[in-house]
Write a protein that binds this ligand. Structure first.
Ligand code: TMP
Ligand code: ASP
Length: 236
């Protein structure tokens, strides 16, 4: 598979065409943004961690029956994925209160929920990704009712698989953000990435943060946290 012209550059990744119309190559950068793009920086080695971890997790999910965009890892920063039309929703699953949930509802972080929650944000930079419900998403024609049901079921399945997987590594999966895409035939697949950029990971014993919150909150030890998650997953 060869890399052709660049199709898109996002905050953390670039996307390139290939000789196959149904496939693109994603290239992971070390660039990081937070607070709606206001905070910018780099996290050395992040692109490698996110690429390898995301690919590894997507392969676990495929085995568990979750369709994903993953095709083939080319090297430590680049991966061939199926070309999709991204559904413009950020799908957030939470197991423990943290971040915007704790802020919005005025509760402390760390409350373990009896059942996971799901919420949607409308992916729209001009509007700052506002929180919306599934009826709003349908009204705005961002997805059909059937697609919303598929996405909800897939997101909860991802949570069940990954929560159990990370617990075995001594990591609590606090919350995470997923994105879904449509293949040319309309099939919904899990897309984007699953990484310390898009998940909150807390050490199961100490609750130490092992994810991008260390960057968002200027806590220091950002690279070490990404390296530690790499070590837990790959033993290196
Ligand atoms: P939140 O508590 O800030 O809403 O974040 C919930 C989860 O979603 C957390 O694991 C971080 C992830 N996330 C992203 O991946 N991208 C984003 O733009 C935001 C706001 C959150
Ligand atoms: N939404 C954030 C940004 O604009 C990303 C994040 O906090 O993960 O960069």
């Amino acid at each position: 598979m060869t890399k052709k012209e660049q199709l898109y550059e996002g905050k953390a990744k670039k996307v390139f065409a290939t000789e196959e119309p149904g496939k693109v190559i994603v290239s992971y950068k070390d660039d990081a943004t937070a607070l709606d793009g206001l905070k910018k920086g780099t996290i050395a080695g992040k692109g490698v961690v996110n690429n390898r971890m995301s690919n590894f997790l997507m392969q676990i999910l495929e085995k568990e029956g979750v369709a994903t965009h993953f095709v083939e890892e080319l090297n430590e920063r680049e991966t061939v994925v199926k070309k999709v039309e991204i559904v413009p929703l950020e799908v957030i699953i939470r197991n423990i209160s943290a971040g915007s949930f704790a802020k919005r509802y005025g509760v402390e972080e760390g409350i373990v929920f009896d059942a996971p929650t799901i919420e949607f944000s409308y992916k729209n930079d001009d509007l700052h990704d506002p929180l919306i419900n599934s009826y709003h998403a349908i009204a705005l024609k961002l997805a059909t009712p059937e697609e919303i049901e598929t996405i909800k079921a897939m997101a909860f399945k991802v949570n069940a698989v990954l929560k159990a997987y990370f617990l075995k590594l001594g990591v609590k999966l606090v919350d995470f953000k997923l994105e879904f895409g449509r293949l040319a035939d309309g099939t919904i697949v899990l897309a984007d990435e699953i990484s310390p950029d898009t998940c909150r990971f807390w050490d199961a014993e100490t609750n130490e943060k092992l994810d991008k919150d260390r960057f968002r909150r200027d806590m220091g030890g950002v690279e070490d946290a990404y390296r530690e998650m790499m070590r837990r997953v790959f033993g290196e």
